[in-house]
Design a protein around this ligand. Structure first.
Ligand SMILES: [Zn+2]
Length: 349
């Protein structure tokens, strides 16, 4: 077995069993040092590329260390299934096959922004990385990781959902991860001081929400969830609503449902709708400002009653740009998606 670490490493990083970005991040950093100990020059370079987003870094770490649940790995460790590739069945599915040598992976690489001739590459992922890192810039390295990640997602869509792999699906995943990388890099959603807000100081987790509505039923909602300045997850939804207030309330309710599912008990929700923030924060059930939004208002109020560690505050629109952008995407492109920068909130992979 080529694996030194295992999935186990990523869990139970803290004594209380609670997920902490700080601890996960620290751990990841340490893991990288460990992995990179043997071949200093190249591996140090990987290490230096610290700005590559955490999800991709974790993914690459798993890839190099044989910690991805690939068919061959699973077969030899558990006897379960078959070792052959889920996409082509031509060869055993190990990391090098999945990421580079599989006919589907080759097609993806050729179509990508880094048109590698993968048949000329060496036969282990470590050797491949040693080779390519000699000439790659940080930006290319990030793109390189994105491409393998997108191939991996296509492979999973086929293996777990029976979805046919295709280059268009590959590009969909590439643009998804690129968008996420952009978000992670541009994320400055911390509540700034001096903002007019309703409610107390912010909690450990902060969730920004917004809606995009034009004079029709078309609605996009968006949220993104942070711990400190670290983006953890984001969601975009395409839905319908009969007025802007209902749209805003839907955005907030959607975000709350998401945060509740993840079991995060200490969260501040931000909305740029003052009426909404005020009404749902009252001890008494909310006053019906607009009957069209009544259902959502009650839902949110109930959420806040049940989750005593939560609060909802008002922030100005200029402080809510990122959620606004996500909501706009949802409405214009009719998008529905949830993304994580860490794949490990409550065991979600
Ligand atoms: Zn294959």
């Amino acid at each position: 077995m080529e694996s030194k670490g295992s999935d186990r490493l990523m869990f139970n990083l803290s004594a209380d069993g609670k997920f902490s970005v700080k601890k996960a991040y620290k751990h990841l950093n340490e893991s990288w040092r460990y992995v990179t100990g043997n071949q200093p020059s190249v591996w140090k370079k990987i290490w230096k590329f610290g700005s590559i987003q955490p999800r991709l870094r974790l993914f690459m770490w798993k890839l190099v260390n044989g910690a991805l649940p690939l068919a061959k790995t699973i077969f030899y460790r558990t006897g379960y299934g078959v070792p052959s590739c889920a996409l082509c069945s031509q060869d055993d599915e190990d990391a090098i096959h999945m990421g580079f040598k599989c006919p589907f992976a080759r097609a993806c690489w050729l179509a990508s922004d880094i048109p590698l001739r993968t048949e000329q590459l060496p036969n282990t992922v470590r050797e491949v990385l040693t080779q390519v890192l000699q000439w790659m810039s940080e930006e290319q390295w990030s793109m390189f990781a994105s491409i393998i990640w997108a191939i991996w997602r296509c492979r999973n869509a086929k293996a777990y959902q029976g979805q046919q792999q295709s280059i268009s699906l590959f590009f969909k995943y590439v643009s998804l991860i690129n968008r996420e990388t952009m978000l992670v890099n541009s994320c400055t959603g911390t509540v700034p001081g001096g903002v007019t807000m309703v409610g107390e100081a912010t909690k450990r987790w902060v969730c920004f929400t917004d809606a995009s509505w034009v004079n029709s039923w078309d609605t996009g909602t968006g949220f993104f969830l942070q711990e400190g300045e670290q983006l953890l997850a984001y969601g975009i939804q395409y839905t319908s609503s009969s007025c802007p207030l209902q749209a805003e309330a839907k955005a907030l309710a959607t975000a709350m449902a998401f945060v509740q599912q993840r079991g995060l008990h200490d969260c501040t929700f931000c909305t740029d709708n003052l009426v909404l923030a005020k009404e749902v924060s009252k001890i008494q059930p909310p006053i019906i400002v607009d009957w069209r939004a009544a259902k959502e208002f009650f839902l949110i109020w109930e959420f806040l009653q049940k989750n005593r560690g939560w609060n909802c505050i008002y922030i100005s629109r200029s402080h809510n740009e990122m959620a606004d952008r996500l909501a706009g995407l949802g409405r214009r492109e009719k998008m529905d998606l949830v993304g994580f920068t860490y794949p490990i909130i409550n065991g979600i992979c």
